[in-house]
Design a protein around this ligand. Structure first.
Ligand code: ATP
Ligand code: MG
Length: 379
């Protein structure tokens, strides 16, 4: 088992940071400081060491320092699955059309094609206040959340999800033309079905394993347990039927649904619409009906169980980014959280506005004070 650890982090022109650098020595890294200091920004910078748009789902020019020239960089010395490595990402030159520029990724200064390559070195899981409304919000939010969980296990998952979205867009565009080429449509639908099955299969595998992990922890976890399931016929069909049969069925659905989908302007069936159903196990009620605090505790339990699963399935204990998590917990739960993290053996980056919330763990943590884009070590 290897543990994903950041030993040094450098930020250059990333949001409110001009140039900042931190060195860590322990597995609990605390970023404390006033509102607007840059705590979440720092976690966001770390989250760019995975595929995708980071924990705020920002665009590449959103995260560039407003006072800079549009370039930005995040670099981390990582002790990970392949030993020591330096992972770097960012935008080198301000492009005329920043939205269409892909960020560059480097490992030990050598360019790599995408951030998926970082997955060979480290895995990551995060929890942020923006996720507080997860159970009340749209299905798309839960689907994205779950795809993130899958990505921590399978580094290629997000590129398959994006390819599926592109494929669906091509089909929708083609169907707009009433005289579309049916051979062409068939070819797109074949690709769509193939990608859909690949995406759904990995989701199904993850939900099955995560459910089992949650059930196994139920008796001992200090956090309430979630019961989870995917609401999507394809994920569920794949648990009992061969992938080829499911793929054929989806191709038929697509073929027969062309007129309907053309009228709607979108594809009305498929794993791009899957939802994650979450039950608050202690009361056997939908998570959305649980109290704010109950929902938060449920999410923490879910994320910790997932981190354990990532370790078990990949051999890499993921890095945890916990933004504003501690402030919501009473002292008992707070202690339970730190115990659970210690048991997991993961490196965790935690933020909070109140440094006193971390006094219990000050002795075994790296405590940093963050203010106005500066990070200073306190202990
Ligand atoms: N692109 C940018 N360039 C410069 N500054 C930015 C940029 N984007 C955001 N900021 C600034 O970064 C500041 C800090 O944001 P951040 O969310 O990290 O604070 P925080 O320490 O997490 O605060 P809180 O305790 O309120 O969560 C904000 O004041 C915001 O104006
Ligand atoms: Mg914040």
């Amino acid at each position: 088992m290897t543990v994903s650890r950041i030993q040094r982090l450098s930020l250059t022109h990333f949001r409110n940071y001009r140039a900042a650098s931190v060195r860590t020595a322990s597995d609990i890294v605390v970023l404390a400081g006033p509102n607007g200091a840059g705590k979440t920004n720092c976690l966001e910078a770390i989250s760019f060491l995975t595929p995708g748009r980071g924990l705020r789902r920002a665009t590449l020019d959103d995260v560039a320092d407003k006072e800079g020239d549009g370039s930005w960089a995040v670099s981390a010395e990582v002790e990970g699955a392949l030993g020591l490595a330096t992972l770097g990402t960012g935008i080198d030159l301000p492009a005329a059309d920043a939205a269409s520029t892909a960020r560059r990724c480097r490992i030990d200064r050598e360019p790599v094609t995408s951030a998926a390559a970082f997955g060979d070195h480290l895995r990551m899981v995060w929890l942020t206040p923006a996720m507080d409304g997860l159970f009340m919000g749209a299905a798309s939010e839960r689907r994205r959340f779950f795809d993130r969980l899958v990505l921590a296990i399978d580094s290629d998952h997000s590129s398959r999800v994006s390819a599926l979205e592109r494929s669906l867009r091509s089909r929708n565009r083609l169907l707009e033309d009433r005289n579309f080429d049916t051979h062409w449509c068939e070819a797109i639908e074949r690709e769509t079905a193939e990608l859909a099955v690949a995406v759904a299969a990995m989701r199904g595998e993850t939900v099955k394993r995560l459910s089992a992990a949650l059930a196994a922890r139920e008796a001992t976890s200090p956090f309430p347990t979630a019961r989870i399931a995917l609401e999507g016929w394809m994920e569920n069909a794949l648990m009992s039927e061969p992938a080829t049969a499911v793929e054929d069925r989806y191709r038929r659905i697509l073929r027969e649904g062309r007129a309907r989908d053309a009228a709607a302007g979108r594809t009305l069936d498929g794993p791009h619409l899957t939802d994650l159903e979450v039950i608050y196990a202690p009361k056997n009620s939908p998570a959305k009906d649980a109290s704010t605090g109950e929902q938060k505790a449920l999410l923490i339990g879910l994320v910790i169980a997932h981190a354990g699963l990532v370790a078990e399935m990949t051999g890499i204990t993921p890095l945890l980014l916990l933004d504003e998590v501690v402030a919501h917990l009473d002292p008992n739960r707070r202690a339970a959280l730190f115990d659970a993290l210690a048991q997991l053996g993961a490196q965790v980056w935690i933020t909070g506005a109140d440094p006193l919330a971390f006094s219990d763990i000050a002795a075994r943590a790296d405590i940093f004070h963050v203010e106005a884009g500066h990070i200073e070590r306190r202990t």
